[in-house]
Ligand binder design. Structure first.
Ligand code: FA5
Length: 338
């Protein structure tokens, strides 16, 4: 080994020490150059073999070799240790970060999305209307007489200028039929507002999904079949049955309330269906001819069905939520479950 080669090797070793990524890598550098079988043996051999007149130079080069490499190792070691964690461990930048939990969709949003996708697959499109309505669209055009109890200020939030917060999603039917010609096949999910006292199943602000199908020869049988298909898909159950109970709504004739056979006990009776075997979905019926006339449709030419389902009530049943208030209190531990 020549004199210059010793100095070159010294420089190489010091550079390797300076870029070692961790303490183990640094120790490998030490062993490779200064270890018992390291390159230091070559340097000492060269010193031993050096002629008398250059021995001093070789001796100094060998000292530089040991000192400079040792110094580079010490310097790198100090740098690596100062960037280590409290326990002296290195920060492993290749480890995945700690998972702090992601945002989730609210159960009401989940239910509306699920219902919308089922109705879309059945050929329905989504329509929207304003939360702030006028009396014509919320009541008059829906054949609701001026003395109907639902119009009472103790039931409805009235605002200045003849406006009100819509009490149901049915005014979207009117707004849609005013501007579109039949056939019509829409759903309208949205917020509703009523002066209802808050309890386990009532809120002053809740959601409904309205449905409207208008064409020639639409019948109550279509309503029953379509709602049955919808509930089967929503509940992921094949043998769900639908039943209709006579009811009254000003805007449908005949009017019904729709129940489905309980998905928990299959109609035998359990706590979820309050031992009746049936769970209510919402109100429905055949569109009243007066409603068609208010929108400019000819009731001699078309018939239609409409329904309005309570989203919170469905979410409570589907996800087993015992109290509607849980849906609005936004406790993280509640919301994390969905
Ligand atoms: C109506 O609102 C009618 N517009 C439904 C309709 C549409 C009938 C089209 C015929 C044709 P009702 O007032 O029953 O109907 O309300 C429908 C559903 O909304 C109820 O079954 C219930 O699930 C839900 N709902 C009503 N009031 C509240 C409330 N205060 N809190 C939570 N959900 C409610």
């Amino acid at each position: 080994m020549k004199l210059e080669e010793i100095d070159t090797l010294t420089g190489t070793a010091a550079s390797e020490a300076a870029v070692a990524v961790d303490l183990a890598g640094l120790e490998e550098v030490r062993i490779r150059y200064l270890g018992r079988n390291g390159r230091i043996n070559d340097v000492m051999e060269a010193l031993k073999a050096a002629p008398r007149e250059t021995k001093k130079d070789f001796g100094q080069a060998a000292n530089r070799f040991k000192q400079q490499i040792q110094a580079a190792i010490e310097e790198r070691k100090a740098a690596l240790e100062s960037s280590a964690g409290p326990a002296g461990s290195m920060v492993d930048t290749s480890l995945p970060g700690a998972w702090r939990g992601g945002g989730k969709l609210h159960p009401i949003t989940l239910l509306i999305q699920r219902a919308t996708s089922i109705f879309r697959s059945m050929g329905f499109t989504v329509a929207e209307g304003p939360d702030l309505e006028d009396e014509f669209h919320n009541f008059d055009a829906l054949n609701t007489p001026a003395n109907h109890p639902s119009r009472d200020p103790s039931d409805t939030f009235y605002l200045d200028g003849g406006l009100l917060l819509r009490t149901h999603t049915s005014p979207v039917q009117i707004r849609y039929m005013e501007t579109q010609q039949p056939p019509v096949r829409i759903i309208a999910p949205g917020r509703c507002y009523r002066r209802d006292t808050m309890d386990a199943t009532h809120s002053a602000n809740f959601h409904q999904i309205e449905g409207l199908y208008v064409d020639r020869d639409v019948s109550l049988a279509n309503l029953k079949g379509d709602l049955e298909y919808f509930v089967r898909k929503l509940m992921n159950l094949e043998d769900v049955r639908i039943r209709m109970r006579p009811h009254f709504f000003p805007f449908t004739e005949p009017s019904v309330e729709v129940d489905y056979s309980c998905h928990v006990c299959q109609g035998k009776g359990c706590r979820v269906c309050k031992h009746s075997g049936w769970i209510e979905i919402g109100g429905a019926g055949m569109v009243d001819p007066n409603v068609f006339q208010a929108c400019g449709y000819d009731p001699e030419q078309v018939t239609g069905y409409a329904f309005g389902m309570g989203v919170e009530r469905m979410a409570m049943i589907l996800f087993g939520i015992p109290d509607i208030r849980l849906l609005y209190e936004n406790h993280v531990r509640f919301l994390q479950q969905f």
